[in-house]
Design a protein around this ligand. Structure first.
Ligand code: 5RP
Length: 267
């Protein structure tokens, strides 16, 4: 499976293999989409065949479903699985907060649903996806085909009103036709250069009629496994350093700080 790998494939493979070792017997596992996630599916297939590992996989695309079946993983839908122990997926960019841009493969809608229906999401990647600021990779936006031009115009208007320093919105193509996702939608790729406030951008984008979901994953990813071309692996897992129960968290306030959207600010 791993003869004559290029440096980049070596990096993806070792990240996938390490994350695959986090999967335990009996788990329900979300299976991501993309070239790194494909290595994960192959590694898990090998464990199923060689170790008798029993897992149930929920794929995030038809491509991944096909591969998972081919390598011997039992595949069910999210409707059947309901809740997952772990999702492992690739990413197009990740920052120090483990905020991600995903959707380069056009599957971020299902990927986000599956990841948020999981106890834990682990991202597997090579080091080229690590960024100080998100946005060099165009942000994918899944939109319904009906009136997509109107949606595109609203998105562009919104980017201007948010003061985006530069932006270009392109309909993703597949040869000479618009790209169609597994859900039958199109994708607008937002070329932004830099994203100053991912949380605000994500909320505003998802309020535009016609937008189904954007590719920003915020507070979803729990850990990142970074593979390197020399075969080494780095695991970034802030949850592993979480304060022990009872330890004071200086960021927390007794009443939950400013996060409570139901609190009347005048009260
Ligand atoms: C698909 C994704 C992929 O995870 C992302 O594009 C990374 O892919 P690759 O591992 O091939 O670089 O979000 O929608």
């Amino acid at each position: 499976m791993t003869e004559n790998l290029s440096p980049i494939d070596t990096a993806k493979y070792v990240a996938a293999k390490r994350a695959g070792e986090m999967v335990e017997d009996g788990m329900k596992v979300g299976l991501g989409t993309g070239s790194t996630a494909a290595w994960l599916v192959k590694c898990l297939g090998q464990r199923v065949r060689q170790e008798g590992l029993r897992i149930t996989g929920v794929p995030t695309s038809t491509r991944t479903a096909e591969l998972a079946r081919d390598v011997g993983i039992k595949v069910v839908t999210l409707e059947d699985a309901r809740w997952l122990d772990l999702t492992i997926d690739g990413a197009d960019e990740f920052d120090a907060d483990l905020t991600l841009i995903k959707g380069g493969g056009g599957a971020h809608l299902q990927e986000k649903i599956v990841a948020t229906a999981s106890d834990r999401m682990v991202v597997i990647t090579d080091n080229s996806k690590r960024v100080a600021k998100l946005g060099a990779f165009p942000l994918p936006l899944e939109v319904i085909p009906f009136g997509w031009q109107a949606t595109k115009a609203l998105v562009e208007e919104m980017l201007v009103s948010l003061g985006a320093p530069s932006h270009e919105t392109r309909l993703r193509m597949n040869a000479d036709r618009p790209f169609v996702t597994d859900e039958g939608n199109h994708i607008l790729d937002l070329h932004l250069g830099e994203i100053d406030n991912p949380r605000r951008l994500s909320m505003v984008l998802n309020q535009i009629p016609g937008v189904v979901e954007n590719g920003l994953f915020i507070d979803i990813c729990d850990a990142v496994v970074v593979g390197y071309s020399d075969g080494s692996v780095e695991v970034i897992d802030p949850t592993a350093q979480a304060p022990a129960p009872g330890d004071a968290d200086p960021a927390a306030t007794a009443d939950g700080g400013d996060d409570n959207i139901f609190r009347d600010p005048q009260a």
